[in-house]
Unconditional design. Structure first.
Lengths: 326, 368
């Protein structure tokens, strides 16, 4: 009895599914040729941080402004969810698929499906590790190496004329692309200034408590620290607490450079506790919509588009702070 | 059966090897950097690496205490990390939403709310385990998975920063020593008195050894099991307040991440068997201190982040091996007096039971 019931249900689901598919494809096909409204399927990583939330908001808002029909899915940090979402976008025959890959590898199969269905793919924020670069049109995101370089350049300039500058580095999660690249960019630039020395480098996992614990240990094991370079604002904020607990003044006794420019970081910068922040911009929605339009029109787009990003000093932070959305 | 000579008793004590491990770790630090053991006064409180170990180890110690009692009843609580995140999220969002976010009243209301909610979560765990008889590992897995989501919902996925001096005291404040370790030690002493000076400890152990027999003997085994889960959740709640107070922010994603593994490891290193029954509070204290010392060692010795996990894994494996009866027997150059001892035999039960955690657990802990 129950078996029969199950079969019946399964049959019904299948039938509904089939009709739904058929209906969808004809509808969206008609819609596309009739009006110029572009449909973009966006598969987000999840909502793991304030940065990511701002990223999502930016994509959603700029789609509305650009008059683009956005289909949004949240993968909750799981690759299989993202693959499912992309497959469903392929079935729905969206015009462009955009996504921030959770991890770097394992995308070839699903991207090939998209390619065969003639749907262009745009990567946002994170890259994929694939031999075949024809699987996606372009990669829109920050250049983490460049961010590290900007941080290094400020320090080199700031250290002119000093005899010795001891730097401690708070790395991001070991093995994560931003951590590797921000370290590399920074190291490349400070080579030109022999007085700058990285005396300790340790991971703080991109978290405030991680940054605080590591900094507490650094302060005890290294008597003379001049500069903290943190791979994100949160670790820098943790370091500020540790420095204050040690009876020193962050931003004065020990200078702090961070990357990201989220609201709390900008607040600390405006308060004079951080000296310099390199922006890592989550608001890449407008650029993404421009690219989507170009791709649909068949215009050539570069393989790599770098997000528009800036840097902030303490004075700039004071003026920028009221406009900070995230 | 027990040797009367104090030295022999000490040598067969399950606390010996954890203690040795802790001393070796501290000594290694002192050799590499003699200032490691140095203490000085800074703004009216003690300042030094040892103080850091106590301060940062306090949350793990608290959670391990709760975990120890849960494990003694043959249970396990995987949800403590999620409870940590929820406690921080509730307290911080309540403080931020209060009329005066810097007042002491706002801090107490926020912390009270957080702990009350944690008690409810403990009741939920206890309900699943004691009343519905769901296996503890599955029952608490529910909240482990869902809890972080709840915390994210409360914080809206954002990191909530608070500026409240009273709230800050819990995790970052000092009364000569860090307030957090004072709280943890107070709870430790309380638990020690309540379970060791009354019959409660014995009852918990008997529930862990044989719940059914305990029930038939007239013990309210269901109530006891239920209570330890509530206690574990409250401990996790206090730890959550410490962790978020230490950085004056609630981070639903990362607060207390994998801390359940640290806590379980602390209990196991301390010589308490995952099979339930006999438990050691002093061992748990040592275990928690070893784990935090290990972390601090990595930072202050400048061990490269790429090999940190391997370093931690090696130390953890070494300590667990030292806890294994066979290895101990070899090291002490004698065979166990009675190798095949029945489980219910009381005396060296803790040492006999002590299991090495599975490889996957060691790995998880190393990651945290």
């Amino acid at each position: 009895m129950s078996k029969k019931f199950l079969t019946a249900v399964a049959g019904m689901v299948l039938a509904v599914g089939l009709t739904a598919c058929g209906g969808n494809s004809s509808a969206s096909g008609g819609g596309n040729s009739g009006s110029d409204k572009i449909t973009v399927g966006f598969a987000q990583v999840g909502a793991e941080s304030g940065w990511r939330t701002a990223n999502t908001k930016s994509v959603q808002e700029s789609a509305k402004e650009a008059g683009i029909d956005l289909k949004f899915s949240d993968a909750q940090q799981k690759q299989e969810n993202q693959i499912k979402a992309i497959r469903s976008y392929i079935q729905q025959k969206v015009d462009v698929i955009a996504f921030s890959p959770v991890v770097e590898t394992g995308w070839d199969a699903v991207l090939l499906e998209a390619k065969r269905a003639n749907i262009p793919v745009i990567l946002t924020d994170r890259a994929v590790d694939s031999q075949d670069t024809s699987l996606y049109k372009t990669f829109l995101g920050s250049d983490f190496i460049e961010e590290g370089k900007k941080a290094g350049e400020w320090l080199v300039k700031d250290s002119e004329g000093k005899s010795q500058v001891n730097v401690v580095e708070l790395q991001g999660t070991t093995g994560a692309a931003p951590a590797i690249d921000r370290q590399k960019g920074f190291a490349d630039v400070i080579k030109s200034a022999p007085q700058i020395k990285v005396i300790a480098s340790q991971t703080g996992d991109f978290t405030r408590s991680g940054g605080k614990q590591v900094m507490e240990a650094f302060l005890k094991s290294n008597p003379k620290i001049d500069v903290v370079y943190a791979h994100n604002d949160d670790m820098g904020l943790g370091a500020i607490e540790a420095i204050e607990a040690a009876g020193k003044k962050p931003g004065v006794d020990i200078k702090i450079i961070t990357v990201d420019a989220v609201h709390d970081g900008m607040q600390a910068l405006a308060d004079g506790k951080i000296n310099y922040i390199v922006e890592c911009n989550p608001l890449l929605g407008p650029q993404l919509m421009d690219l989507a339009k170009k791709v649909v029109k068949g215009e050539q787009v570069p393989q790599r588009v770098v997000t528009e990003e800036t840097t902030f000093t303490q004075e700039q932070a004071k003026t920028e702070l009221p406009n900070r959305k995230y | 059966m027990t040797s009367t000579r104090p030295l022999d008793r000490f040598r067969s004590s399950p606390l010996l090897w954890p203690l040795v491990a802790l001393v070796v770790l501290l000594a290694a630090n002192a050799v590499v950097r003699p200032s490691f053991l140095a203490l000085r006064f800074q703004d009216g409180h003690l300042y030094g690496s040892l103080v850091d170990i106590l301060k940062n180890g306090a949350p793990t110690l608290l959670i391990a205490l709760g975990m120890c009692l849960v494990i003694a009843t043959r249970g396990i609580d995987l949800s403590v990390g999620a409870v940590v995140a929820i406690a921080g999220a509730v307290a911080c969002s309540s403080i931020v939403g209060a009329g005066d976010p810097t007042s002491a009243k706002a801090a107490f209301v926020g912390m009270g709310l957080a702990l009350a909610l944690c008690a409810v979560l403990g009741l939920w765990n206890g309900f699943l385990v004691a009343a519905l008889r769901i296996q503890p590992i599955i029952a608490t897995l529910v909240l482990m998975t869902a809890g972080r989501g709840i915390a994210m919902l409360i914080t809206d996925g954002q990191i909530i920063t608070v500026r409240n001096p009273t709230f800050r005291t819990v995790g970052a404040g000092f009364l000569l020593l860090p307030v957090s370790i004072l709280i943890a030690v107070a709870v430790f002493v309380l638990v020690a008195i309540v379970t060791r000076k009354t019959a409660l400890g014995l009852l918990i152990e008997s529930v862990g050894i044989n719940p059914e027999a305990s029930r038939l003997a007239g013990l309210r085994s269901r109530t006891i099991r239920w209570t330890v889960y509530v206690f574990a959740a409250i401990c996790a709640g206090i730890a959550g307040l410490m962790i978020s107070s230490n950085v004056s922010a609630a981070d639903a994603n990362n607060a207390g991440l994998w801390i359940e593994m640290d806590a379980i490891l602390a209990v196991v290193i301390g010589g308490t068997s995952l099979a339930g029954g006999r438990y050691s509070l002093a061992g748990t204290l040592l275990g928690a201190l070893i784990i935090q010392t290990l972390t601090t060692t990595v930072y202050s010795m400048g061990i490269a982040p790429e090999i940190t996990l391997v370093f931690k894994a090696v130390v953890v494996i070494a300590v667990c091996l030292l806890q294994a009866p066979k290895v101990r027997a070899v090291l002490l150059r004698r065979t166990p007096r009675r190798p095949a001892r029945p489980v219910s035999d009381a005396e060296p039960a803790a040492a006999q039971h002590a299991q090495t955690p599975t490889a996957s657990m060691v790995e998880k802990v190393a990651q945290s």
